[in-house]
Design a binder for this molecule. Structure first.
Ligand code: IVH
Length: 670
């Protein structure tokens, strides 16, 4: 294809996808794929100026007013931002700033780039009079009544020096937790699911009936002003944000003003790693020159100001072909459907498998083999299929049906009434057997180095392992008879197995794959009974009355050890000399008895695990999240922002490492 045709094609594609995104709230491709199209178009136009036209989408801000709402003409255009897709591009921008600014030093305001819907809110004499979407930057949609339903948007501005006219700009968004709840309700009502919080936010804001908007949890962060008449004279953007806050408008608490590009990078790196600690989605960082005089010096292009840039995080979503849906069987027999995908790059890695959770999820999402689907890989979370791209569905594509037999042992699969999971109930199913052994040897349980999935499968296929107890009866000779084993690897594995014999009792309990028994339950049981044999002898009632255990775990543990097959495993472990003894109870005074101390971030003097142990050894607890019941939040280096915010909301004291050490020593922080 020649360049001119490609440019024409790209323009059509960009127009099409702009409409899907801004007007229909139903994008077919990810933001990153969209950005790539715009970028290719811009590069071609730059290399071939003769092909440039004034109506090219690169010359416009993007977005268009939808006909459903009245039009609002922005008195000061709502511009867009230039993007930097890498640190190199960010450096180039920063260097440009420093070169062009004659007065020397540059301060930057770093803000989170909220992935929501840009809106303009107009206040006259302190009273909210109009809300509008950005639209194409010049003309937007009148969403006054819908915005009025957002609880954090004040009806009246507060404080001194309220300007006669204040047009504040910012982002309307839906918190991730609200998006998840909304989708749950949509699913239960058999309605279409939203692909992500941005789409559900946009869909909720642009409702014909403001009552529907009012029923959705929308929020707003203010980050810019448009038209202003009266009010205090402002010299810096950071002052503007302070004024907005003082007027009662919500300003994001993570905004930072910094004096160097190095600090800008540190901010970007921090949020690249911690973006999922927040209860709202961000897709990058916006860096703005602070000094309004310097901004004037720099000016704007037709589309965006030169004094700001959006550093975009690598994409977490992509579209690809769903080749097939398969079912895997876990160690508890749970049958989990998963998608086999045409390999695609997401969040910096290649994804070819993605979970679909359970039968209902496949039905609600209505994904079918042969569909083009959106795939998401957010942070450390396992890749997930979000939704099909319906406009790309081949005609007559059949719905997918959950299999009725186990793909591994061919016995019937059973779905328990009222539950969403389906199970293979054959305890001898090879998939379950392997899964149980893999879990037993895994890091959170007996932590046997070198005994991963592949090795376990090799050993079970060779008939050397049938249950976790057999691990301790493997011999050097038997291992040496297997492919891939040599003297050193066989000895290393046997050493690792030997080492695991002395793991604490909770690890052993976790390793046995007892349904409903998690880490916390295992610790409580080990603490309360002190020895595996005491747990074996205990009645269901005795266990159920133990604080922190409860009837569900008690019943499950009791039933587990009542089965001969599990007793056989225990006997094999005992014969091998595996530790059954609980940890000796602490000799330390219970200075933190009844107190919950949550730890976040990195401590210098000890690991997080050690800190948790230290709290427990003094009679306290150390839950994973902050609530009103938390006594202290210990914040080490790079603490989880969500935890700190929650602590502040709940009035929980946030203490540093030194205060924590005093707390351990004396039971008090003073
Ligand atoms: S400033 C002229 N600050 O990103 C500068 N924008 O492509 C106006 N956005 O349209 C925007 N968070 O929808 C700014 N902290 C932030 C932002 C932000 C999200 C969005 C906004 C804007 C788009 C720019």
């Amino acid at each position: 294809m020649d360049v001119a045709s490609r440019v024409e094609e790209l323009r059509k594609l960009v127009e099409h996808h702009t409409e899907r995104y801004y007007v229909l709230d139903d994008p077919e491709i990810s933001d990153a794929e969209f950005d790539a199209l715009v970028r290719e178009l811009r590069e071609l136009e730059e290399a071939h100026p003769e092909l440039r036209t004034p109506d090219s989408p690169t010359q416009r801000v993007g977005g268009r007013a939808s006909s459903a709402f009245a039009e609002v003409r922005h008195r000061v255009p709502m511009m867009s931002l230039d993007n930097a897709f890498s640190f190199d591009e960010l450096v180039a921008w920063g260097k440009r700033m420093e070169r062009y600014i004659s007065s020397g030093d540059v301060d930057y305001v770093c803000e989170l780039k909220i992935d929501g819907i840009a809106c303009s809110l107009l206040y006259e004499n302190g009273r909210y009079v109009r809300g509008a979407t950005r639209g194409n930057g010049v003309v937007g949609e009148d969403v006054t009544e819908n915005v009025r339903t957002i609880s954090v948007v004040p009806e009246r501005l507060s404080g001194d020096g309220v300007p006669e006219v204040l047009e504040v700009r910012g982002e309307v968004y839906m918190p991730v937790s609200a998006f998840e709840e909304l989708n749950q309700r949509q699913g239960e009502a058999g309605l279409r699911l939203f692909a992500n919080p941005r789409n559900s936010g946009a869909g909720s804001l642009r409702q014909k009936d403001p009552k529907v908007t009012a029923s959705r949890d929308l929020r707003f962060w203010a980050y810019q002003v448009g038209e202003v008449q009266g009010g205090p004279r402002l010299r810096r953007h950071s002052e503007t944000l302070d004024v907005l806050k003082a007027l009662g408008l919500p300003v994001n608490p993570e905004v930072r003003t910094v004096g160097s590009l190095d600090d800008v990078f540190a901010y970007c790196e921090h949020w690249l790693r911690h973006r999922h600690d927040l209860d709202y989605e961000i897709d990058g960082v916006v860096v703005k020159v602070d000094d309004l005089g310097q901004r004037e010096e720099l000016g704007s292009t037709s589309k965006s100001p030169r004094w700001a840039i959006a550093y975009k995080f690598p994409p977490e979503e992509a579209t690809t072909l769903l080749k097939d849906i398969m079912v895997s069987i876990g160690r508890t027999g749970k049958a989990t459907p998963f998608a086999q995908l045409e390999p695609v790059r997401v969040s910096g890695s290649t994804v070819q498998l993605a979970t679909l959770h359970n039968e209902d999820q496949v039905r609600v999402k209505d994904v079918r083999p042969g569909d083009t689907v959106t795939v998401r890989k957010a942070g450390d979370v396992i890749p997930e299929v979000v939704a099909p791209v319906l406009s790309k569905r081949p005609e007559g594509l059949p719905e997918w049906r959950f299999p009725d037999r186990c793909p591994v042992c061919d016995r019937p699969l059973v779905r328990i009434e009222g539950e969403s999971d389906t199970f293979c109930v054959n305890v001898d199913c090879p998939a379950q057997r392997d899964g149980r052994i893999i879990h037993f040897a895994s890091r959170g349980a007996m932590d046997i180095e070198g005994l991963g999935e592949k090795r376990v499968q090799q050993l079970t296929s060779a008939g050397l392992l049938t249950d976790p107890g057999d691990i301790y009866h493997l011999t050097y000779e038997a291992l040496m008879g297997l492919e891939g084993f040599a003297d050193i690897s066989a000895r290393n594995l046997l050493d690792a197995i030997e080492k695991s014999k002395s793991r604490p009792l909770p690890n052993l309990l976790i390793g046995l794959s007892i349904r409903h028994l998690g880490g916390r339950g295992a610790e409580v049981l080990a603490d309360a009974f002190g020895h595996l044999d005491r747990i074996l002898e205990a009645s269901e009632e005795e266990m159920a009355v133990t604080p922190g255990v409860g009837s569900v775990i008690a019943k499950s543990v009791h039933e587990f050890f009542a089965l001969d097959r599990n007793r056989v495993v225990v006997d094999k472990l005992r014969a091998a000399g595996v530790n059954f003894q609980g940890v000796a109870r602490s000799e330390l005074p219970p200075t933190l008895a009844g107190k919950a101390v949550v730890v976040t971030g990195t401590l210098e003097s000890m690991s997080r695990e050690k800190a948790v142990d230290a709290v427990k050894a003094r009679g306290g607890t150390s839950p994973g999240s902050v609530s009103k019941k938390t006594a202290y939040l210990v914040a080490g280096a790079e603490p989880g922002a969500a935890k700190v915010t929650k602590a502040e909301e709940c009035g929980v004291p946030v203490i540093d490492e030194a205060a924590f050490l005093r707390l351990l020593e004396t039971g008090d922080v003073a």
